[in-house]
Design a protein around this ligand. Sequence first.
Ligand SMILES: C[C@](O)(CO)[C@H](O)COP(=O)(O)OP(=O)(O)OC[C@H]1O[C@@H](n2ccc(N)nc2=O)[C@H](O)[C@@H]1O
Ligand SMILES: Nc1ncnc2c1ncn2[C@@H]1O[C@H](COP(=O)(O)OP(=O)(O)OP(=O)(O)O)[C@@H](O)[C@H]1O
Length: 289
Amino acid sequence: MKLIEKAPAKINLSLDVLNKRPDGYHEVRMVMTTVDLADRIEFERLETDEIIVRSTSSYVPEDERNLAYKAAKLMKQTYGITSGVAIKIVKEIPVAAGLAGGSSDAAATIRGLNKLWKLNLKLNELMALGEKIGSDVPFCINGGTALATGRGEEIKRLPAPPSCWVVLAKPAVSVSTAETYRDLDLKDVQHPDVEGMISAIRDQDYHQMCAQLGNVLESVTIKKRPDVNQIKSLMVRMDADGVLMSGSGPTVFGLTRHESRLNRICNSLKGFCPNVFAVRLLGSPIGLE
Ligand SMILES: C[C@](O)(CO)[C@H](O)COP(=O)(O)OP(=O)(O)OC[C@H]1O[C@@H](n2ccc(N)nc2=O)[C@H](O)[C@@H]1O
Ligand SMILES: Nc1ncnc2c1ncn2[C@@H]1O[C@H](COP(=O)(O)OP(=O)(O)OP(=O)(O)O)[C@@H](O)[C@H]1O
């Protein structure tokens, strides 16, 4: 029997970096939310003791470098599982885009194998496993909207933001997260108002939410990839209410509540940008307790 999990992408509505830690990671404070662009992950039990990963994208490794593979291996080892699993990743989220595609695949694998192997693990146990795979994985376990602190693994749930359309536009380039953090000069950053973003969400104030968008990693990526700025300018010209790069980039997102503007923004980007998606904010968690 096939078990299926959806793995939604995330965007960062606010991303601040406070300092570099002795372990090499950066202390962050960020507001993340899921959008309805998702990979689809299929799981099939194998009687043989092996993990097989297949993906529909040629950009995604199918061996032990795959984050879904890492998650399955970790669960097998932690819980002494002797049967195997075949994992198929139907990739819809662009790779190395700042949308946490790999992290969300790993999170979906943890949720899926908890069911397939009848482990009955609780949300906090699933998140603790996720933390061992990557900083964005604990958030992706339950999705929705949250304040993430620490290196990103400490999650405090927030209400769903006011609903709106989201245009995601990824230029042809891809970006390395490690390189972006490495190139960040903390003496030269404009910190976003994370608390202001949280208040805007709590107050369900859409225009305030748009006004508070901010990401300290944006200027790092823009220095190397000026097309990120071109996409931002284009979206602003087409009347998006708020525009920001997500995560370490290079994907830019634009927010609007008008379907006519949504179409205008998407059409203006086509031809200039290879990956353009019109999606909704999901906002609410997957529903694990
Ligand atoms: C940029 C974001 O996507 C925003 O949500 C995340 O902060 C990155 O999360 P991620 O891709 O899950 O990151 P990880 O796989 O844990 O780390 C990749 C690399 O990014 C750097 N890294 C990541 C997270 C963090 N808080 N500080 C860092 O310096 C580290 O060099 C690390 O080796
Ligand atoms: N299941 C997976 N899907 C996508 N990429 C994967 C996966 N497993 C491993 N990778 C590798 O991870 C790298 C980063 O891919 P990913 O799409 O997760 O980046 P990202 O969206 O920038 O992540 P984040 O926003 O969490 O920093 C890719 O270069 C790819 O080789």
